[in-house]
Design a protein around this ligand. Structure first.
Ligand code: 5AD
Ligand code: SF4
Length: 432
């Protein structure tokens, strides 16, 4: 008889892929069916994020609610970065939790399910060559991990404590996965890692020397692959070879995530980011110059301890010069076990004011960008049905597009003319 699995995924795309791996592993061992109905589930999983404080607080209220609503005998497992970070404390604070499995231990999910109070949060565990089972939530776009962990030492970031050292997945395993996904109809391959453009620095076993640019070129030659995206690259490793491959390989989508964090060279140094304001501007403006259609997104932390008004003005200056199409912005959140955790925090009202100024300015820039798309024609890859007979897709450069239509558009790349640009989405009509 089928069992029902309820799984909630918080955090980043790496977590989305980890959840797919977990579902695949569970389906290898028993007939699990996914359900959105918590009360029906035999197994309830929450795949957590610990990058900021808020989601961690949310975890305990959430699993408390799961415990109240679940059917008798159903198990609850806590997975992901907060599992790595809090470990056995989760059992103390929520004794009804059945197992705790860290972000670097996903391949042990079946063992976790079968042993009472199982806990594994080893951040040195290496499953970089483990062959996970197959499960994909979308047939159109395939997430593919290319590395695990992170070797950087950004002072604000908890990820090295939750996902361990950086290890690359061997090229032949990545290519096999890409070939399988493309054969099954995924025209888009989305490569994932904490620092993707540092790919190939270290493998578990000896392998031929290969870097991220080589990897991109290899993947672009796989039959059926039409679009390649990746996240996250690090601005420090954006050398000319990488930018050249990015621009000239016509399978690589022209959207680049460039996590700035701060525009102030002093704050960047305090954060141990490894680049200056000038280096970042040089890379971003060179990219705009050699690839005019590119969409650039970024992550910014405001009010890092010690950030003065002038430092913040530097961040605003970079925004004004680069004109990012998308910004993910956050107030600094002190994380345990990180070097920045003990620094003197900036007052919250100042932090909120800076965040608002930044977001307001970005909104103005975005409105100008979106307005300019009116009447333009784009190749759109349709991936999702929405309400009111609308179908959603993305342009090669990553604008979100909605058109009227039905499921027959799904999985197709079609030419669309933009007829009504809005702040977050471009409304268009299919023209061929
Ligand atoms: N406080 C606020 N934002 C953070 N990020 C990472 N750590 C913190 C923190 N301690 C942000 C960074 C990163 C994104 C995934 O989350 O901008 O790029
Ligand atoms: Fe992803 Fe970082 Fe959150 Fe872990 S802590 S889920 S790596 S964003």
């Amino acid at each position: 008889m089928s069992k029902f699995l309820f799984i909630q995924t918080l955090g980043c795309a790496m977590n989305v892929r980890d959840s797919e791996h977990i579902i695949a592993e569970l389906q290898k061992s028993a007939d699990y069916k996914l359900t959105d109905d918590l009360t029906k589930a035999d197994l309830i999983l929450i795949n957590t994020c610990s990058v900021r404080e808020k989601p961690v607080h949310k975890l305990f209220s959430e699993i408390g609610a799961f415990e109240k609503a679940k059917k008798s005998g159903a198990k609850i497992g806590v997975l992901g970065c907060t599992a790595s970070h809090l470990g056995a404390e989760i059992f103390k604070r929520a004794p009804y939790v059945d197992f705790v499995l860290g972000a670097r231990n996903t391949s042990k999910i079946v063992a976790a399910l079968n042993s009472p109070k199982f806990i594994s949060t080893d951040i040195n565990y290496d499953d970089s060559e483990y062959a996970f089972g197959d499960f994909r939530s979308s047939p159109y776009k395939a997430y593919v991990n290319i590395m695990i962990g992170c070797d950087k030492k950004c002072t604000y970031c908890i990820v090295p404590q939750t996902r361990g050292d950086e290890i690359s997945i061997p090229l032949n395993l990545i290519l096999k996965e890409v070939e399988k996904a493309a054969t099954n109809g995924a025209k888009e391959i989305f490569l994932l890692g904490q620092n993707v453009n540092n790919y190939g620095k270290r493998f578990s076993n000896s392998h031929k020397k290969v870097d991220f640019s080589d990897l991109l070129n290899e993947i672009s030659q796989v039959n059926g692959v039409e679009r390649i995206r990746f996240t996250s690259p690090h601005p420090l490793h954006m050398d000319d070879k990488f930018l050249d491959v990015f621009v000239n390989n016509n399978k690589i989508c022209k959207s680049m995530h460039m996590p700035l964090q701060s525009g102030s060279t002093k704050i960047l140094k305090d954060m141990k980011r490894g680049y200056t304001k000038e280096w970042f501007l040089n890379r971003a403006l060179k990219l705009r110059n050699i690839c005019p259609e590119v969409c650039i997104s970024t992550d910014i932390i405001v009010a890092y301890p010690g950030e003065s008004n002038d430092d913040f003005e530097d961040t605003m200056d970079v925004i004004n010069q680069v004109k990012f199409e998308q910004i993910f912005s956050f107030k600094f959140s002190p994380r345990p076990l990180t070097p920045a955790a003990n620094l003197i925090p900036i007052e919250d009202n100042i932090a909120s004011m800076r965040l608002k100024m930044l977001q307001d300015r970005h909104t103005q820039i975005l409105d100008e960008i979106m307005l300019k798309q009116n009447g333009k024609k784009f190749e759109v890859y349709f991936e999702e049905l929405r309400e009111n007979n609308q179908v959603a897709g993305r342009t090669f450069s990553n604008f979100s597009v909605l058109v009227k239509g039905s499921e027959e558009l799904l999985g197709k790349i079609l030419e669309v003319e933009i007829i009504e640009p809005k702040r977050m989405v471009l409304y268009g009509k299919v023209i061929s």
